[in-house]
Design a protein around this ligand. Sequence first.
Ligand SMILES: Cc1ncc(C[n+]2csc(CCOP(=O)(O)OP(=O)(O)O)c2C)c(N)n1
Ligand SMILES: [Mg+2]
Length: 371
Amino acid sequence: MKRYAAFDPPEYVAWTADDSERERFDATVSRDPVRAAIIDSLGEAQLLDLYRGLVRTRLIDVALKRYVKQGVISKAWLGTGEEAATVGPVHALRRGPNADIVAPMIRNSGACNEMGMPAADVFRAYMGTGDGPSHGRDGHYGDFSRGILPPVSIVGDCAAVVTGIALAMQARKRDNVVLTWIGDGSTKAGVFHEGLNFAAVRRVPAIFIIQNNQVALGTRLAQHHLTPEPESFASWPKAYGVWGGVFDGNNVLDAYALTSLAAERCRRGEGPALLIAETFRMGGHATHDEQEARRTFDAGMFDAWGRRDPIPMYEQWLVGRGISRERLEELEREIELEVGKAEEEALASRAEKMPRGEDALAGVYHAGNES
Ligand SMILES: Cc1ncc(C[n+]2csc(CCOP(=O)(O)OP(=O)(O)O)c2C)c(N)n1
Ligand SMILES: [Mg+2]
């Protein structure tokens, strides 16, 4: 896809095809026969839809970064480089009517667009417009009518919330699943343990994805997590007595395949799954600390992960499957138009539909103020 020198990580701007990374990507796709069969069963429409999802998610980040530079918003929490760990799993769920439920965290904003929330609403939420998802009250966006629980900003708490939702689904004998992501750092919040353990013993249909991007704010993985590589988080499913496994968080096909297996198990009533996505945060915690993030790791980490940009890695694979570069460029242009139009709509809301002060308490529960 096109590169944006002002917004992309420098490693992405300089990205060129690398044989060893291509071999690693291909080997990941074929290493496990069960996952490989799922990937093989994907038709061209689904494969291209995954591509659209990756590009859409990246371009929304690019637009948000531009808004920060222009002073339209003050900062943005991005998932650049981690798109595959969101888009692959969401595409493995049921979307549209009778949708499954996702509970994204800050790196998983792509779950909103892939569950059908318009990109304009993401921008409106950031701008605090009155016609945005929370009517200008909160920057945590979601849309429960589309199966998107807005993020709970207290990290770890989503684990308890999704377990509760999954318990309700189980009690109602629904065949839906609930999926949430949790950062490597946030796995150290006690509520994650409580939520996951309760899900395990009650065998509820919940999928937890530990998104190990190697860092939590300015704290490197090794500073908060002592289980060394190659084990790292891989032993955690067994420790909790749940089914699970590790997927390559920069490989959208591997992410899709493992989550599909987890979702099938959940729907059959076989209990929750704990998946681990290995990936890397290519930016800062948010746009304000990108320089600090560069000092948190040595440049070699950025170089190594920069060669694994999930989008061109997947493009290469698609081209290997006989999809032309022209077709991919055409899809990219479609998504550019979609996101560009969303930006215009959101800026129009910002100009005309900011919330009115007198509406501040509308729709807000406030006990003891009946007058
Ligand atoms: C209970 C709690 N403690 C601290 C914070 C502040 N905080 C927000 S994000 C974050 C780091 C999260 O790191 P990680 O879980 O690895 O996710 P990542 O940002 O890397 O995606 C912290 C400490 C919070 N929101 N909630
Ligand atoms: Mg992290």
